[in-house]
Each structure stands twice: as structure tokens, then as C-alpha cells.
Ligand binder design. Structure first.
Ligand code: ADP
Ligand code: G6P
Length: 736
């Protein structure tokens, strides 16, 4: 097996040019900090942007840049200032970031941003192709690179590609406002496995795939052309040991080893030993809810004035995306809020808020985590929020209280924290009060649970789980599905076809010979299909049957003049050589009076659905309903019908977006086997796309060539991708 290639916009280090030399500083942000631990322990290559634009790099330093990156196991994608503007500051952070975090009003839908995003994604895809081999596993990260999987897939159809989204995937209602929504989904679906932090994000994504692309989704598999894409949630962990060990050694530091920040914290503690330190650390981002947190703090001080001089809020805001106007406005807002609240509440001995606007080295983060009694994290939306996990990991004596927003992905796994709604100031003030007064035993008990979970499901386990799922996908391939009809298979089938002296062919219609149409009556055969069927039907020694669940009126109109053999309504009626339809199976229709009102009530309650009434069956179609709602109703109807029909001689068939109630002794398998018994056929062929065709695949003898259209679980031996491939196959039969 080859190596793993990690691709993200941000590399684990950012290069800077200082005094004519190159400096590599660690990147901030969940993706880079989390993946860094995965990368450092493996043979992987990490491809991304160095942090410098082409214009920033003097020609004489070009080589040094590559060397500096190579030292860190990285390779660069070069981007110029215009590309960074359109791709990074533009589409990534002025369109996708706000939209996916539910800040619809901040989202800018600029065609130019989109065009640059596409071309830069292509650059990343090209860099992957250049730096990897067929056997390598590609792991693409985050919202900046959502088109990359598809772009790589086009050039390397068989490469294994995983994608992980580190931010929320919004609900369909939000996502559908994006003008380029289909392209984004198709880009992502170039992957074999798509990972999200939480089940909710996964659910939202699958819902958009079904509604916008109309693709078949079964549990967490998406069926697209000839591929199955797996979608799953993997909540990202942290490098638990790194934080725990850093906190343990921090405790043992002597006074010379202590940082300036730690000394300041020490003197603060000495002068005011009863004061509680409340900490928040975030990138300066509107999604983090920093302004609301400050307002909530003010609310708290007013509601519980007894805590004045008894608490201090430390806000560490890391500069981020400062070229984006919304971030500049936020910076101004926070500066003003901190100034106002400090101005309002400060006393000679006390400033309520300490505010740092800078990036800090790891040691200082540990100083802050270990010295704070409470961590207060209030994102309005956050894909995960690793700071919450890092705070808990550094609490070596298990004390400390975590107050965490329900809107953070990490809240799903951190139930023992005090979870709050960041928009509810009343609740936040009360929770702060509760946190300040929480007995140590309770803190220990809550943190023991949290720590155990974080230690177990750390970032290494997270990455392994993702990679295992991806590799499993590679090994399994489409094992549960039938064999793909390759050129090789078709050639050997053709050999049997030409040698055979009596051939029998069963062809299903909807979804096989013709695609689906919103109105079934409009899915009539085209000229090309008639010509193809004529050729097959006129062949020597060949008996052709169209076999369908359709009613005899429709098929009579379309095919009777052509004199093709037909079996319709799943096997109730038969017509040969242009003769009128005759009954093939004796069926009773009295049950229909009982079932029709039930179906009618489902039509009333399910917009877009309708009943098709055939002579001996009733079909409830739900192709045109909302996909999720339609499936839900279909399950409900199935339950109702099953209990209603009891031991009657009728059964329910679940077809492709249709549920059909019909007599039990009628199905395509039974009809096909009857036809088979009429002569000495030595080549039998059946092709179909849905559940009702499975009866043929199951009942025909083993020697029959059975073919499923689409990639679903089947009893057929082979599969082809779509109706276009069906016609190609039949054209070979027509000209053996
Ligand atoms: P996001 O990914 O949105 O930035 P996370 O909380 O998931 O938010 O991740 C932030 C990461 O950045 C954490 O791993 C944290 O340790 C790191 N970090 C945050 N602030 C700083 C800082 N001032 N200096 C260095 N690293 C920081
Ligand atoms: C979030 C995103 C990352 C991004 C990070 C820092 O964690 O999911 O993709 O790298 O924020 O943002 P930046 O724009 O500085 O890369």
C-alpha cells in the first residue's frame, strides 16, 4: 500500500520572512493543530499553502521555502495574491464560512470568488496528482477544498480519496441558498468516504444530496453512477497526552522556568486568592460568539454584583482572517465592548476583563488552561471546538469547570460540561454562578468522565478510525453488489449469445429501457428504442419479452402495434405477437375496494404522491414528494398495509419510489419461469432495475444471465450503471 497524502489549505506551519530569512511558526486552528499530531507520527506528505503569496517570496528564497516545508514533511501549492483574495479571503471566508455557520446575512455570492475558488481547487488537485502515485491514499480537508475530490477522481478514477469537513454542514434550507450548491456536492462526492464531526452535519449533507442531486441514499451510502460513497461521523479528538503531559510538567516548573505570563498569573493569585479566573480562547471570529459572551458577562455582573472583584474574565482572541471586512468590524466591536465594560466596572484594585489579541506560544496556552478555574466557551456555531477538550485535558487534578455552548460540535460528546445556549444571558449568568460555586467533588466527578472519554477517543484514534473506514471501503469495493458488467464479461456473454440456438430475453421497461419521468405517462419510448427493440425482436431464434409492472392500456398503446411479446402488471396479462392481452394468472380484485381509501388518505397527506390504478393492482407513487418525507410516509404505509392485509392473498411490493399492492400469486419471476418452460431455451437473459425484478433474478435458473441496473443489493449476477449502458449492451445483442 502507498503512503497517505494529507491536503488542506493550512499547513501545520506557516512560513514567514523575517530579516531575509525564513521562519516557520505553528498554525492556529483546529484542523492544523489536530492533524499535526497525526502527521508527525507517520510517513505522510502534507500538501498545502505556505502562508506566503508568490509576491511575498523573493526569487532567491524560493528553494529555501521548499526546504523549510520539506523539513516539516510538507509540500506547497503556490498561490499569488489575487488567488488568495478570491479563494481564501473570498469564496472560502466570505461565502462558505459564514453560510455554513448560519450567518446567511454575511454570505457574499460573488461569481468572481467562485471562479477563483474553482481554479485554485484545480491547482490543489494538480499538486496531488503530481506528488502522489496510484496506490496512495488521498485525505482532503475542509471547506476550502470541496471541489478537489472530484477533480482528482477525474484524473485518477481508482484512487482512494477521503474528505473531512471540519466545520458544520448546514441544514438543507441554508445550503440551498448557495448558487453553486450542486457543484459543491458533486465535488465532495468525488470521495470514497466523507467524514463530519457530528451526526447532524452528516444528516444535513445527505439530505442536500437527495434533494438537490436526486441521488439514491440508503442509510449512509450515496449511490452515484457506478460508485457508492460512504458518509459517516467521526468526532475529532485531541492529542490528549500532549496536553496532559505539558500540564504535569508545568506544575513542576521552578520560578526560573516560569513564563512571564505565569508570573503575572502568580502575582494575581497572591494578591487576590479568592478571585476566580474565567478563561475563553478563540480565534477572533464572529462564529465564536465573543461579543455575546462579553454582554453576558456584563449581565452577570449586574445580576450578581456580589461577584464584583471576585471574578476575572481572560479573553484570548487570536487574530484571524483580518482582511475580511466582517472580521475587522468584529475586532472594533470587541475592543469597544471590553473598553466599555472595563470602564463601567473597574475599581482601583480590579479590572474585570483581561483581553489579549494575539497568538501565543503553546507554553502560554498551558499557563492559561492550568490557572483558570472556569473555561467559558460560547460559540454561536462551531464545527467541533477543540479548546474545550484541551482545557479538560490539562486539568491534571481534575478540578475546573467547563461551560460550553450547545452549538459546538464538541457539546455532543461533553455532556458532563455545563451546556448553555449562548443567546440566553439569563441562563449564562446563572451557569457562571453555579460554576463559581460548584463543589470540588462535583468538578472531579464531571471531569473524570470527560477525561476518560478524551483520553480514549484521542486524535490518533479519530484519524485511525477514519483511515480504517477508508481502507475498508477500498478493500470491500462493491463486494455486496453484483459484478460490474465489464467489456470482458460482455465479450464472454456474447460468445454464449452467438452460439445459442434458442434465446429468451426479458426486458424491464421503467428504469431499464427508459429513464424515470415525473409523470409516468410521459416516459414513452423514443425512436432509438423502437429501432433497437425491432432489431432484437426480428432476430432469428430469439424470443423477446417486455416485462413490466405497467398497465396493459399504456403498454398496449406503445407496443401492441409493434407486435412485441409483453407481460404486464407484473405477470397478470400477456400479449404475444400483437394479439390482445390475455390473463396469465387468475387473480381476484375484491381487495382493492378495501385498500384504495387507505392509499387515498396517504395521497391527501403526502403532497406530490398519486395513485396509479391498474386492473389488478394499486400503486402509490411518491417520486415527486419531498424525498425524506416520502420515505417516511412509505414506511408508514407499509406498516399500515401489512397489518391490514393480514392473510389475504395480496402482497406489497416496494419498487423504485412506488409501493404496489397486488395479488400474491403474481410476480415477474413466476411469469418468466412459465415462459421458460414453454421451449428449450439455451440462453436466458433478464434485466431490470428494481425490487420487482428481483423475483426474476431469483427464480430463473443459475445459467441465466441476470443484470441489475444501478448499484443496489441484488440477486442478479451483473450490474450496469444506468439506462444508457443498458442500451449499449442491447445494441451488442442486436448485432452479435
Ligand atoms: P477553530 O478551529 O475554529 O480555530 P478550535 O477550538 O477547534 O477552533 O481550534 C483552535 C485551535 O487553535 C486549538 O487547538 C488551540 O489550542 C489553538 N489555539 C487557539 N488559540 C491559540 C493561540 N493564541 N495560540 C496558539 N494556538 C492557539
Ligand atoms: C477552522 C477551519 C480550518 C482553518 C482554521 C483557521 O478550524 O476549519 O480549516 O484552518 O479555522 O483558520 P485560517 O483561516 O487561519 O486557516
Amino acid at each position: 500500500m502507498g503512503k497517505t497524502i494529507i491536503i488542506s489549505n493550512r499547513l501545520p506551519v506557516q512560513l514567514q520572512i523575517n530579516n531575509g530569512g525564513i521562519n516557520a511558526v505553528p498554525s492556529v486552528g483546529g484542523l492544523a493543530t489536530g492533524m499535526k499530531s497525526v502527521h508527525s507520527g507517520s510517513e505522510s506528505l502534507w500538501i498545502g499553502w505556505s502562508g506566503l503569496t508568490d509576491e511575498d517570496i523573493p526569487a532567491e528564497l524560493e528553494g529555501d521555502i521548499d526546504k523549510a516545508l520539506k523539513k516539516n514533511g510538507c509540500a506547497k501549492v503556490s498561490l499569488n495574491a489575487e488567488e488568495i483574495d478570491g479563494f481564501y479571503y473570498g469564496f472560502s471566508n466570505r461565502t462558505v464560512w459564514p453560510l455554513f455557520h448560519y450567518f446567511l446575512e454575511y454570505s457574499e455570492f460573488e461569481l468572481n470568488f467562485w471562479n477563483v475558488y474553482k481554479s485554485v481547487n484545480q491547482k490543489f488537485a494538480d499538486a496531488i496528482i503530481e506528488n502522489s502515485g496510484e496506490d496512495d491514499t488521498i485525505w482532503v480537508h475542509d471547506y476550502q477544498l470541496m471541489l478537489v475530490p472530484q477533480m482528482v477522481r477525474e484524473k485518477r478514477p481508482n484512487t482512494t480519496i477521503g474528505f473531512f469537513l471540519h466545520i458544520p454542514f448546514p441544514s438543507y434550507e441554508i445550503f440551498r441558498t448557495l448558487p453553486w450548491r450542486e457543484e459543491i456536492l458533486e465535488g465532495l462526492l468525488g470521495s470514497d468516504l466523507i467524514g463530519f464531526h457530528t451526526y447532524d452535519y452528516e444528516r444535513h449533507f445527505l439530505s442536500s444530496v437527495r434533494r438537490l442531486l436526486g441521488l439514491e441514499v440508503s442509510f449512509n451510502d450515496v449511490f452515484m453512477d457506478n460508485r457508492v460513497i460512504k458518509v459517516d461521523s467521526f468526532p475529532m479528538g485531541i492529542d490528549y497526552k500532549k496536553f496532559k503531559n505539558a500540564a504535569s510538567s508545568h506544575k513542576l516548573e521552578n520560578s526560573e522556568e516560569r513564563s512571564d505570563l505565569q508570573m503575572r498569573l502568580d502575582s494575581h493569585k497572591a494578591s487576590a486568592p479568592d478571585t476566580k479566573l474565567i478563561l475563553s480562547i478563540d480565534r477572533l471570529d464572529y462564529s465564536k460568539g465573543i461579543a455575546k459572551r462579553l454582554n453576558a458577562f456584563e449581565y452577570f455582573l449586574n445580576k450578581y454584583p456580589e461577584y464584583k472583584e471576585k471574578v476575572r474574565l481572560i479573553i484570548l482572541a487570536v487574530p484571524s482572517r483580518s482582511n475580511v471586512p466582517q472580521y475587522q468590524l468584529l475586532k472594533k466591536e470587541i475592543d469597544e465592548l471590553v473598553g466599555r465594560i472595563n470602564g463601567e466596572f473597574s475599581t482601583v484594585n480590579w479590572t474585570p476583563i483581561w483581553y489579549f489579541y494575539r497568538s501565543m506560544p503553546f507554553e502560554n496556552l498551558i499557563d492559561l488552561y492550568t490557572n483558570s478555574d472556569i473555561a467559558w466557551l460560547t460559540p454561536l456555531r462551531d464545527g467541533m471546538n477543540l479548546v474545550a477538550k484541551e482545557y479538560i485535558a490539562t486539568r491534571t487534578d481534575k478540578t475546573g469547570v467547563l461551560i460550553l455552548s450547545e452549538m459546538a460540535g464538541s457539546a455532543y460528546e461533553m455532556n458532563e460540561a455545563l451546556l448553555i445556549n449562548p443567546n440566553n444571558f439569563e441562563e449564562q449568568a446563572d451557569t457562571l454562578q453555579k460554576a463559581i460555586n460548584m463543589p470540588v467533588e462535583e468538578q472531579i466527578s464531571r471531569n473524570t468522565f470527560l477525561q476518560n472519554r478524551l483520553e480514549r477517543y484521542n486524535v490518533e484514534v479519530w484519524a485511525n478510525e477514519f483511515m480504517n473506514a477508508l481502507n475498508q471501503k477500498r478493500e470491500l469495493g462493491h463486494a455486496f453488489i453484483s459484478q460490474k458488467m465489464t467489456d470482458g464479461c460482455l465479450n464472454s456473454i456474447m460468445e454464449k449469445y452467438t452460439k445459442a440456438s434458442k434465446r429468451l430475453l426479458f426486458l424491464d421497461y421503467d428504469g431499464t429501457l427508459a429513464g424515470f419521468h415525473k409523470d409516468p405517462q410521459k416516459a414513452s419510448p423514443d425512436e432509438e428504442l423502437y429501432e433497437l427493440l425491432d432489431e432484437l425482436d426480428n432476430q432469428e431464434n430469439t424470443t423477446l419479452f417486455l416485462i413490466s409492472g405497467r398497465d396493459k392500456q399504456t403498454f398496449g398503446k406503445w407496443f401492441l402495434p409493434k407486435k412485441y411479446n409483453m407481460i404486464v402488471e407484473h405477470g397478470v396479462w400477456i400479449s404475444r405477437h400483437g394479439e390482445d392481452f390475455k390473463m396469465l394468472e387468475k387473480v381476484k380484485g375484491q381487495w382493492m375496494e378495501k385498500i384504495r381509501p387507505v392509499l387515498e388518505s396517504f395521497v391527501d397527506r403526502t403532497p406530490g404522491s398519486f395513485i396509479e390504478e391498474k386492473n389488478y393492482s394499486l400503486a402509490w407513487h411518491y417520486r415527486n414528494t419531498d424525498p425524506d418525507f416520502g420515505e417516511k410516509r412509505a414506511t408508514e404505509l407499509n406498516t399500515v398495509l401489512t397489518s391490514l392485509i393480514g392473510n389475504d392473498d395480496i402482497s406489497v411490493l416496494n419498487g423504485n419510489k412506488v409501493m404496489e399492492v397486488k395479488s400474491s400469486n403474481v410476480n415477474k419471476g413466476r411469469a418468466a419461469v412459465r415462459m421458460l418452460g414453454e421451449d428449450d431455451y439455451d440462453f436466458v437473459f433478464a434485466i431490470g432495475d428494481d425490487w420487482t425484478d428481483e423475483f426474476m433474478f431469483q427464480d430463473l435458473p443459475d445459467s441465466a444471465v441476470t443484470v441489475k441496473v444501478g448499484l443496489k443489493k441484488t440477486k442478479a449476477k451483473y450490474h450496469v450503471e444506468n439506462t444508457k449502458r443498458v442500451r449499449e449492451l442491447l445494441k451488442r445483442f442486436a448485432k452479435p
